[in-house]
Write a protein that binds this ligand. Structure first.
Ligand code: IPD
Ligand code: CA
Ligand code: CA
Length: 262
């Protein structure tokens, strides 16, 4: 039998401890390396934080599998069993340059179904969390179901890069969208942007390409408050594959999909 409540208690303790370690790291010199390109950063704290979670999970739940961004977990190709999907620091660029606007993101799935989701904004001490069927919360505050919003009143998030020529989509399609909504924002952390959609601070977020660890927790949170989570074609996401991501309030999601993305 899977002990969801016990897992929930453990994750919250581990997240708090990891957050403290990350805050302490602000006082010391980080080791910063690049990955796929000069703007794709990784620090010793990204690696240490992932290893911290993996050690704890392996000790406490040895039969669970782990997919972690920094590669210290298992090699995962399918969604069988209990799968932890971890981004130790989402928004590493912000972590390095700003020491804010980054988050720890953990989604826990059972046979592909999202069960527990956590996005922890370390600096603001805001833990967004959800348990399937029991609602989503920001710290102790229950998040209400998402109301509908008209496109002209909507605040959406997207990376300005997608308005420039790119290999993923015809960027000119997004220009009228940005013009028609009330405002467009960009926070530089997909996990936080998804948490903000769940909390109603943003009405929609779209992006051309994310990895499972970027969206695994956010998908659980948003669906728990009645939001819609798809790729840019309106198809459901596979939690072990990279894809474009488009999340938002239900009617707004449909409206944007029909008017700007098809
Ligand atoms: C990145 C952030 C960023 C998104 C990138 C991600 P990382 O994650 O979520 O907002 O635009 O696609 O890779 O590398 O900071 O964990
Ligand atoms: Ca990430
Ligand atoms: Ca990361």
């Amino acid at each position: 039998m899977i002990m969801w409540d016990e897992m929930d208690k453990c994750v919250k303790e581990w997240i708090e401890e990891a957050g403290e370690r990350i805050k302490k790291s602000f006082l010391k010199q980080l080791t910063i390396e690049t990955k796929s390109n000069r703007n794709d950063l990784v620090t010793d704290m990204d690696k240490e934080t992932e290893q911290f979670f993996i050690k704890n999970i392996n000790e406490k739940f040895p039969d669970h599998r782990i997919l972690g961004e920094e590669g210290f977990g298992d090699s995962v190709e399918d969604t069988k069993g209990v799968l932890w999907i971890i981004d130790p620091i989402d928004g590493t660029m912000n972590f390095v340059h700003q020491q804010r606007n980054f988050a720890i993101s953990i989604g826990i799935y059972e046979n592909g179904v999202g069960r527990l989701g956590y996005i922890y904004d370390v600096v603001h001490n805001e833990l967004y969390h959800a348990k399937k069927g029991e609602g989503a919360f920001m710290n102790d505050q229950k998040l209400p179901n998402l109301p509908s919003v008209a496109l002209e009143d909507a605040v959406i998030a997207l990376n300005a890069l997608w308005l420039t020529t790119n290999k993923h989509m015809d960027s000119s399609k997004l220009v009228p969208l940005v013009r028609d909504v009330r405002a467009a924002r960009s926070y530089g952390s997909a996990a936080l942007e998804m948490a903000y959609v769940a909390a109603g601070r943003l009405d929609a977020y779209l992006t051309m390409r994310l990895a499972p660890w970027d969206f695994a927790a956010g998908k659980i949170l948003i669906e728990e408050v009645g939001g819609v989570v798809t790729n840019l074609k309106g198809e459901s996401l596979d939690v072990v594959r990279k894809d474009s991501v488009f999340v938002g309030k239900p009617t707004l999601h449909q409206d944007i999909l029909q008017r700007y993305l098809t």
